[in-house]
Design a protein around this ligand. Structure first.
Ligand code: PLP
Length: 361
């Protein structure tokens, strides 16, 4: 049969997103360090809230998310009226690409930015413009140099994934100042909590007419499976995006969990402390083994081996011990593995495995 119906522009150019592996055939002791999940699991307050909310599942959820937006406003010091909540920050990123770009428009992202961006750009039918980074750090001049009359959006992952690096504050400011105000700058700040002294770009989202910050409950709150994120930006931009947000995009259960989670500030402090200690330990041990690692502002490290073959050999050794990490070839780093920082025991397991692997080589 001839197919007479053609999908919208861009859709057939989409390469399906690859998630981190989560299972190894025949093994029950798998340690999953491939998706930057919280080693402590979900924030306990959210587990309780989900259980309580289950009894109300026959009710439609709030469409304005007022309870959650108020909680976010109180805890993070932002104006609740300028917060938009989505099914993960992924959905907020989709709102912004769909609302502000289409066929003929360009969206700039950087070489090692979040791998979901090309999917979202194609979904909007827009054209992706990928600019290089410099030594695994975002290059502000490369971004500014790529701006054309067709540029509508810049998607910036800060801190970066899979690099783990952060754009120094002065450079971020230079980017914000250098971009014409007709271009939306999205600061995808999924790892903000792990980056000491960083506000996720909130101060720019607060004061500039064209800056949106996106945040997530998937990382430090351990709620990746529940799918909740939020964005903060100028009122006009939030109002535009709200028009294309489905009225019931977040369930009663998601809203209850997120509201309880955000109020548990002690949890965030505990997780940050654990991550800092184990991240330092892991980077130190990798250095001892001759594996290069940049300072990380996230809950993962990008371990750079001598070449692709050595990275594959290390990945195989980890796999033999039931440890899943993320090969970074798809992100443009064939010589690297992205390893999520675990708790003390998990980090010990990674270090021991790689130490034995090195000794055998
Ligand atoms: C994990 C991650 C997110 C979070 O996505 P959710 O949809 O909120 O789960 C966003 N951006 C980057 C760069 C990430 O690594």
């Amino acid at each position: 049969m001839t197919q007479l119906i053609t999908p919208q522009p861009g859709i057939m150019d989409i390469t399906l997103y690859q998630g981190g592996k989560s299972a190894i055939a025949g093994r029950t002791d798998v340690l999953k360090l491939s998706s930057n999940e919280n080693p402590l699991g979900p924030v306990p307050a959210a587990i309780e809230a989900v259980a309580a909310a289950a009894a109300d599942m026959h009710r439609y959820p709030s469409t304005d998310h007022a309870g959650l937006r108020t909680a976010i406003g109180e805890v993070w010091g932002v104006d609740p009226a300028r917060v938009i909540c989505g099914v993960g920050s992924d959905e907020v990123l989709q709102f912004v690409t769909q609302a502000f770009a289409g066929p003929g428009d360009e969206i700039i992202h950087t070489a090692h930015g979040f791998s979901l961006y090309p999917v979202l750009i194609n979904m909007a039918g827009a054209t992706a413009v990928c600019v290089p980074e410099r030594e695994r750090v975002v290059d502000v001049d490369a971004i500014l140099g790529a701006v054309t009359d067709a540029t509508r959006i810049v998607l910036l992952t800060n801190p970066g994934n899979p690099t783990g690096t952060i754009l120094p504050d002065a450079d971020l400011e230079r980017l914000v100042d250098g971009l014409p105000e007709r271009i939306v700058l999205v600061i995808d700040a999924a790892y903000t909590e792990y980056a000491a002294g960083y506000d996720g770009g909130a101060r720019f989202a607060e004061t500039r007419p064209n800056v949106l910050m996106t945040r997530t409950f998937s990382k430090i709150y351990g709620l990746g499976g529940l799918r909740i994120g939020w964005g903060y930006g100028p009122q006009w931009m939030i109002d535009v995006m709200t028009r294309i947000r489905q009225p019931f995009n977040l369930s009663t259960v998601q809203l209850a969990a997120a509201e309880a989670a955000v109020r548990d500030t002690a949890w965030v402090e505990d997780c940050v402390a654990l991550n800092e200690a184990q991240r330092g330990r892991l980077i130190g041990a990798l250095g001892q083994l001759g594996v290069a690692v940049d300072p990380s502002q996230t809950n993962f490290v990008l371990a750079r081996f001598a070449d692709g073959a050595e990275a594959q050999s290390a990945e195989a050794a980890l796999l033999d011990e039931g440890i899943l990490v993320r090969a970074a070839g798809g992100y443009g780093f064939p010589e690297a593995l992205r390893i999520t920082v675990g708790d003390a025991a998990q980090t010990g397991r990674v270090i021991d495995t790689l130490t034995e692997w090195r000794a055998r080589a």
